[in-house]
Write a protein that binds this ligand. Structure first.
Ligand code: FAD
Ligand code: MLT
Ligand code: ZN
Length: 472
């Protein structure tokens, strides 16, 4: 029997029709757990509105009947933000029917898209008019623009183009009482008071439902060079990024760090990946340079930078991709780490950030502490080193008991977050707090910042119906 009042269900059906509702338990399953199966919940109903007006009407009804809502996009988030709680009383509001590209304005260099549009579709729409939409991440074939906005997603091109916050000019949002805020302005300058869009970007569905956005476009890239580089240490990676950036400036678009264990996992579990080198090395970086000019001398620039670094002992080996297939193969090694780690049993995922200069010391001291206290744990460190953002993940010791490892979860997390705090870092650089890091945020975030966040939440959502149990 549904936990929802019959009148509510009837009124929802009048708004979205039967096609916009998922009621039966079997069809609901894919909305109730994440792809890693790390979080699972129950829902009274999944609603799939097809327009902003329908979203607004659904939200108004939830407000009237005091029913909690969980916004959901592609459900690729990594901290349980889009998964309902276990009560079976919440309604999942899926944006996946709102996939429209509303406008492409090549003179204003903007694209206006609905929240359920898949990121890759937006990249393709930009490419069709000779432009680039630069947000790029492993889940781009299934995550949505709404989810990217709600988590302020980062990815592999932040170094050059910034994160989702930097790529957004305007938003359309359905507020918790059902009002529609039309902030779909394509302005690069607007100083008429508080910049409200930034409240909703990164709010993980706790302040309203994002229904559309005006995003920035950039000139299409016409030359790309990609290299796979072996290094003796993480410190060498930090020094190398300085050298390459000094030489190439904004042409440096990707600089991804990977430990040997991360690469081992991919080689073991992701089909068709092979090690570009015959010898193993402790660390690797994947470097991407790009330019809007065709035939830009990127290989020469990169060879110059790597050659100098080789002489200084910062680089031990390097290979430049010589075909599109090789470029794809190198990126597959990097993007495959998440999936590969899943095959190695339970793991704790982290997306911490510290100042770039502190990355080597962070890794050294945290590795030491973890290995001293939790014998055999496997540290799978990789990520967007140019942003100071590491996926400092921990997989269970080989052959150990899953439950025993999970019981150590909080203690392991504590060691990592204490170190992050010591280096004046953040416990979440890109995935958000969701339900995974909600308790930790209470401990590690500044109390005044938390109080201000609570005040904003109460003002916008006094009944606490927007994604309760997440973030705050
Ligand atoms: P969901 O998972 O559905 O939701 C995420 C959060 O946003 C939830 O709190 C949800 O309630 C809220 N939300 C969703 N849509 C809306 C909306 N319209 N209005 C309000 N709230 C909403 N992230 C990075 O930042 N960088 C990476 O490099 C990266 N790599 C990834 C690689 C893989 C293989 C995977 C699986 C994930 C990766 N992620 C990465 C995680 C990332 O957060 C998501 O992939 C993406 O941004 C989430 O989009 P989504 O549509 O799947 O959102
Ligand atoms: C990535 O950069 O690959 C994802 O953000 C990290 C992850 O899956 O942990
Ligand atoms: Zn990442």
């Amino acid at each position: 029997m549904s936990a929802l009042p019959d009148d509510f269900i009837r009124e929802i059906e009048a708004v979205v029709g039967a096609v916009g509702m998922v009621c039966d338990a079997e069809r609901m399953q894919s909305y109730l757990s994440d792809w890693r199966n790390a979080y699972r919940g129950e829902a009274a109903l999944v609603v799939r509105p097809a327009s902003t007006e329908e979203v607004a009407a659904v939200v108004r009804l939830c407000n009237q009947y005091e029913i909690a809502l969980v916004p959901q996009g592609g459900n690729t988030g990594l901290c349980g933000g889009s998964i309902p709680d276990a009560s079976g009383t919440q309604v999942v509001l899926s944006l996946t029917r709102m996939t429209g590209i509303r406008e492409v304005d090549t003179e204003n260099e903007t694209i206006t898209v609905e929240a359920g549009a898949i990121l890759q579709t937006v990249q393709e729409a930009a490419a069709e008019v000779g432009r680039l939409f630069p947000l790029s991440l492993g889940a781009e074939g299934s995550c949505t623009v709404g989810g990217n906005l709600a988590t302020n997603a980062g990815g592999t091109a932040v170094l050059r183009y910034g994160n989702m916050r930097d790529l957004t000019l305007g938003l359309e949002v359905v507020l918790p009482d059902g009002q529609i805020w039309n902030g779909l302005r394509g302005l690069r300058k607007d100083n008429t008071g508080y910049d409200l869009k930034h409240l909703f970007i990164g709010s993980e569905g706790t302040l309203g439902i994002i229904t559309a956005a005006v995003l920035k476009l950039y000139p299409a890239v016409r030359s790309v060079t990609t290299a796979w580089v072996a290094l003796p240490s993480a410190h060498a990676a930090v020094q190398l990024i300085g050298i390459i950036r000094g030489l190439c400036g904004d042409r440096l678009t990707g600089f991804e760090l990977m430990s040997r264990l991360s690469v081992d996992f991919v080689l073991r579990h992701v089909g068709a990946c092979s090690d570009p080198f015959t010898e193993t090395h402790p660390w690797y970086v994947l470097i991407e340079l790009s330019d809007t000019q065709p035939d830009a001398p990127l290989n020469e620039l990169l060879e110059q930078g790597l050659g100098g670094a080789l002489e200084r002992g910062l680089v031990t080996d390097a290979v430049l991709a010589s075909s599109e297939a090789q470029v794809a193969a190198l990126w597959a090694m990097r993007e495959g780490i998440s999936e590969a780690q899943n095959h190695e049993g339970p793991s704790l995922k982290h997306d911490i950030s510290v100042p770039v200069s502190c990355i080597p010391a962070f890794i050294q001291t945290t590795d030491q502490r973890l290995l001293d206290q939790f014998a055999g744990v496997r540290i799978v460190a990789y990520g967007h080193v140019g942003d100071g953002n590491l996926h400092y993940n921990v997989s269970k010791p080989v052959g150990s008991d899953d439950t025993a490892f999970k019981a150590q979860q909080d203690a392991i997390m504590h060691v990592i977050y204490e170190a992050t705090t010591r280096f004046q870092g953040s416990i979440s650089a890109e995935h958000g707090l969701g339900q995974a890091k909600r308790a930790a945020a209470k401990h590690y975030k500044d109390p005044l910042e938390l109080a201000l966040m609570r005040a904003i939440k109460t003002t916008l959502d006094p009944k606490g119906l927007m994604n309760p149990g997440k973030v705050l």
